[in-house]
Design a protein around this ligand. Structure first.
Ligand code: ZN
Length: 103
């Protein structure tokens, strides 16, 4: 019998936390996996990003960065893959902080 872990989901549209989903270990998806779920705030099914407990590969901070940098399309898919986004983020750290300061 596998252990059950609870994953958190965050809406790619509004950035708010969705309804957690329980998964058996061994059925995990890749980090930052997208799943269509109903968002209470948007009032419809949207793509949500999965964040697993204890994961160091993809955390809530990673989601926030993607969300703030507008890495999600209208249909909730990613513009850049997580790997591409990490490279982009590393290359644009200074600009990002500059924008935050002067916005
Ligand atoms: Zn939402």
């Amino acid at each position: 019998m596998g252990k059950i872990l609870q994953s958190d989901f965050y809406c790619t549209k509004c950035g708010k936390k969705g309804i957690p989903v329980q998964r058996k270990t061994g059925q995990e998806r890749e980090p930052g996996h997208l799943k269509k779920l109903y968002c209470l705030y948007c009032g419809k099914e949207v793509n949500m990003v999965e964040i697993k407990p204890f994961s160091t590969i993809y955390t809530y901070d990673d989601f926030l960065d993607e969300f703030e940098c507008d890495n999600f399309n209208e249909d909730g898919t990613r513009k850049m893959t997580i790997g591409e986004f990490n490279t982009f983020r590393n290359n644009n750290k200074e600009r990002k902080y500059h924008n935050e300061k002067y916005n």
